[in-house]
Design a protein around this ligand. Sequence first.
Ligand SMILES: *Cc1c(COP(=O)(O)O)cnc(C)c1O
Length: 364
Amino acid sequence: MQIPFFNLKKINQNLNSELQEAFLKFLDSGQYILGSEVADFETHFANYCESNYCVGLANGLDALILGLQSLDLPANSEVLVPANTYYASILSILKAGYKPVLVEPNIETFNIDSSKIESHITNNTSAILAVNLYGKMCDFEALNRICKEHDLKLIVDAAQSHGGIYDDSKKCKGADVTAYSFYPSKNLGALSDGGAIVTDNEQIYKKIKSLRNYGSSIKYQFEYQGINSRLSEIQASFLNIKLKYLNEELLRRRQIARIYLTEIKNNLITLPSKTSIDTDAWHLFVIRTSYRERFMNHLIEKKVGFEIHYPTPPHKQKALEDFNYLSLPITEKIHDEVLSIPLNSTLTNSEIAYIIDTINSFRI
Ligand SMILES: *Cc1c(COP(=O)(O)O)cnc(C)c1O
């Protein structure tokens, strides 16, 4: 048996006729930028996220940058961010003109360790950029308390957590603004780039809506130095279709995660936390092993696809030279040990059983 890590073609082919119909409708509409599909998607996705407003954007990185810019933080502000995240979270802070301050994650949840945040707060700290990494929701109760105590804004990178649940809600509790990506392989993926922010704050909504369109809300009048980051009309129409199936996708992912968590039994492998099975968005199923090299060879031999999210931590990247001196042992350990196994709705029961057998038979 050969199992790819992720079969994007199969995911989209399941919706073949609906997607083709959507394209023909788009072609026929003559409305190619910011038409009714973008407006409809913004309404649907705001509702889905149990939030008041949504603005469709060109990608997830822009969603983070514009989200930060909408908060009107003082110049030279420091923004606390988990050290263990995808590079984009940290890059967005630099691109918005602020200073990222890296905080170690909790090794069980992989997310920012709220008990380590306060020691990093200075007079220049203005915000926390929390990341729901791998689909696991952050500890918003703790984050909300810290933000309130120190008068900080909260922005959430939810690029990996569409549909994740906290406090019985799909809203990231207490966030001023939440950023999403619709990169094709995300839980809700377009057929090209796409992104969005959701917020309950009308001012933030209006500012980002203007910023994505050159900083203009009235034609040919510019109130900000914005950018061009409009969500594509055809991608919005694909997303309107795919959003209808997101809950189904998440249910199946949660079901598979539950099977993995009960049936994978190997002392060489540390499984992700069991405490959030039904609230996790399960973008990725991330295991840890101190024998990763040998485990990778075993998976290759058995033809089970995998990925490493991520092989090099942001503070060790060439592009972030100013951070290279930092020693972040938990982040570094995570990057040395993690490996993602296949997890998505296209997996068949026999493929799932084969993946479990393969992992259980790993020896050193
Ligand atoms: C994918 C991703 C992004 C960036 O999204 P793009 O749409 O590729 O710009 C940001 N943060 C995280 C955690 C991501 O996984």
